[in-house]
Design a protein around this ligand. Structure first.
Ligand code: FAD
Length: 337
């Protein structure tokens, strides 16, 4: 049997490794756009305070996965999925290939969500969703530091990732202003009391927090970028952190059932019984996306066991919690997930 996995995040890699260990005679191929190896996405938000992050974030090189009998196409993108003949089209750096699968696992993850009004300005801001994004941000910051300038950042979005990035930049010595649309930070995950505590921690680290902000547009002014609310404020750099968007494009074009993510049943199976989905991209029958490390690892290991015939019952989400990686902040109440 040939299993093709698309994506080298935690979902794709954990599945491929576990399945390989359970079913040694099958062929596993993993296809990924990434070039740097399998890395820890949560560590991206500590990407400024850790000098060796570009190396220490790598959990496993692709060569190490290859040594474990997984065929890896890196720097390659699956550009089409043909369900009738069970093939995928892989566009690599210098050639196109068509590969046939018996089982396909979509572990395509998510990209940063850009609110519609911001979309005309994508050249004016950064996001922090991948190692490529982090490297671009670090290069930009280093350019400012090399000119003896203290970087002045505007962060748009006071959710989990916005607060983490804000905290890490401030911890690293930069000026940071955080714009949030709501009247309290991380309102989806935190109790009101914890939002107030988080606000205090960020303010004490020198961050200017602006709540109830309606960011309307951005503009460039010489080497500055401007955020326009009622007033205009200038920054060296902007980061938009307004949530995530599951990468459903391939599945949608191939006619699979789609909601916010790729719809799966309790067996992580899509509307095509030869195709499964895992991780940020998978939407369970309860309408939930389990976009956190712990449940994704659980889904990946469960699916490997199921396809290897070691597991009969359906996937059930584990009990899990999370923690905002904000320097000096500990919530008193459990997070709402
Ligand atoms: C800054 C940040 C901090 C976070 N912190 C935490 C935390 O503290 N705790 C926690 O539990 N979770 C955290 N998360 C969420 C967690 O990292 C994600 O839920 C998880 O990494 C998703 O894994 P995944 O494998 O589903 O997707 P991804 O990690 O997005 O991997 C998908 C992969 O598929 C590849 N791909 C997509 N389409 C194609 C294609 N067509 N062809 C080839 N390759 C393709 C992508 O390039 C990518 O490598 C954080 C996320 C971010 C961005």
């Amino acid at each position: 049997m040939h299993i093709i996995v698309i994506g080298s995040g935690i979902a794709g890699v954990c599945f491929a490794e576990k399945y390989g260990s359970l079913s040694r005679n099958d062929e596993i191929t993993l296809i990924t756009r990434e070039n740097d190896g399998y890395y820890s996405r949560p560590l991206l938000s500590r990407g400024f305070s850790k000098n060796d992050i570009e190396q220490s974030i790598i959990l496993k090189t692709f060569d190490k996965l290859r040594a474990g009998n997984i065929t890896v196409y890196s720097g390659a993108e699956v550009t089409a999925l043909n369900r009738s003949d069970k093939t995928v089209v892989v566009t690599g750096p210098d050639q196109e290939k068509i590969l046939q699968y018996d089982i396909l696992v979509l572990a395509t993850g998510s990209s940063a969500f850009i609110p519609r009004p911001f979309r005309p300005y994508t050249g004016l801001f950064f996001c922090l969703n991948s190692l490529v994004d982090l490297k671009a941000l670090r290069r930009f910051r280093l350019g400012l530091l090399n000119q003896n300038r203290k970087p002045d950042w505007g962060i748009i979005g006071g959710g989990l990732i916005g607060c983490e990035v804000t905290s890490d930049l401030a911890f690293s010595g930069d000026n940071v202003t955080l714009f949030h649309a709501m009247d309290r930070l991380m309102e989806r995950q935190l109790a009101t009391e914890d939002s107030a505590l988080l606000l205090e921690v960020l303010q004490n680290s020198g961050v200017k927090v602006l709540l109830n902000q309606d960011v309307k547009e951005f503009a460039r002014q010489e080497d500055k970028v401007c955020v326009k609310t009622g007033v205009t404020t200038e920054f060296d750099g902007l980061i938009v952190a307004c949530g995530f968007k599951p990468r459903i494009g391939l599945a949608e074009l191939a006619g699979l059932e789609i909601g916010r993510g790729i719809k799966v049943n309790q067996f992580m199976q899509t509307s095509d019984n030869a195709i499964y989905a895992l991780g940020d991209v998978a939407e369970l029958p309860n309408g939930k996306l389990y976009a956190f490390i712990l449940p994704i690892r659980s889904q990946a290991h469960w699916l490997a066991g199921f396809l290897a015939g070691k597991e009969q019952s359906s996937w059930t989400p584990p009990v899990f919690t999370t923690k905002a990686k904000v320097h000096g902040f500990e919530a008193v109440h459990p997070y709402n997930l």
